[in-house]
Design a protein around this ligand. Sequence first.
Ligand code: SAH
Ligand code: ZN
Ligand code: ZN
Ligand code: ZN
Ligand code: ZN
Length: 422
Amino acid sequence: GPALLFVKTSQGKEEGRRFYACSACRDRKDCNFFQWEDEKVSETRLAAREEYNRNHQPFFTHRQNVDRYKNFVLLPLSKRRFCQECQQLLLPAEWEKHSDHQFLCDITTAQLKSPSQLLYPLENKKTNAQYLFADRSCQFLLNLLFGLGFRRVLSVGTPRLHEMIQSKASEEEEFSVRSLLLDIDFRYSQFYTEDEFCHYNMFNHHFFGGEAARETCRKFLYEENGERVIMVADPPFGGLVEALASSFKKLMAMWRETEKEGHDSREMPMLWIFPYFFESRILDFFPSFSMMDYQVDYDNHALYKHGKTGRRQSPVRIFTNLTPSMIVLPEEEGYRFCTACQRYVSSGNQHCEICNSCTSKDGRRWKHCVLCKKCVKPSWFHCNNCNCCTLEKHSCEKTDIGCFVCGKAGHKRSACPSLSCT
Ligand code: SAH
Ligand code: ZN
Ligand code: ZN
Ligand code: ZN
Ligand code: ZN
């Protein structure tokens, strides 16, 4: 899909030079597309790029994958193989070609229903950053959505939530929830029809399946028979908030346009799962959102597991435009209701009388600084040189350009303390 326009700033210069680069890959090693905004592209280079793109298409189309799946499920257990190297379901005629690859045998229906367990997570931080929800967190999200009365979930980059909804819906009759997965990981097209999965890039709102896929999404967002829909997104944390916000706004607009009379001035309900240190960035784009204290845990991310076991606590939170008091957090995991704030908070999060809010972002008890006029991390001290609270050990020189990640002055993106744990 479309590239994003970036700007290269060099120190001392007012204006930087603008260039286009891949929206999905934040590492030039993964995608080397680069073009100055004002560059004249030769016919030869254009042709070479098109040739490159043609050669890098997935081997099978989504339609072909759907047909293959239909044939696959007809096979007896003993003939159901999954090639681990190609990450592909194999039909018997193809065994030969994959004979020197590792494969799994006897693929059960249960395995086909949880592709996120069958496929290996694409952990490449700069592109897919596929971190799967721990069961506990996934269950929590699902119960929350269902309890709030939502019956349709637009799952943006949440394959595990999608599959949990799908399996529960197929097993329990009273659980009538549908999900549409939008994800850039095309491997999922082997397990879901075009009505269940769209190959989608959430950094530029590109549907790889073209108008037909857009239409699928549009139809899904149309709320028939009072079935309310919500969007749940869990993007890669290295992603640009601005690009993500722009795509989410487009999905929200799609929802708004499905209703002839319009949804008054309502905003499409959404849960955006992202680290707490992006709070101010997210609120810049979505002022109606608030951050919940709930810590989202992941299976394959050693650092983001639940705090109670002595491990580090997860910095990942839920941002939502739903009324905070409706998001009930589990007491048995240490959350409580603050009547003054009208929301559930971490047990360690003390209500500050001066700020009139439960101010902790990370679950630890924060302390109020009268000079900064706000609560700060327990490990911080007020530095009179810098005129703000910061770590006791720091160098007082400031760089005046704000960090690209957290927006704060004093350090560059590469040294951003927020990213040290991602
Ligand atoms: N916790 C979620 C997974 C989040 S990981 C779960 O368990 O369901 C981030 C997800 O976003 C991955 O599935 C990844 O494939 C997808 N993703 C990464 N870059 C993307 C992009 N540019 N567009 C759409 N999806 C993307
Ligand atoms: Zn409070
Ligand atoms: Zn305070
Ligand atoms: Zn201070
Ligand atoms: Zn200082």
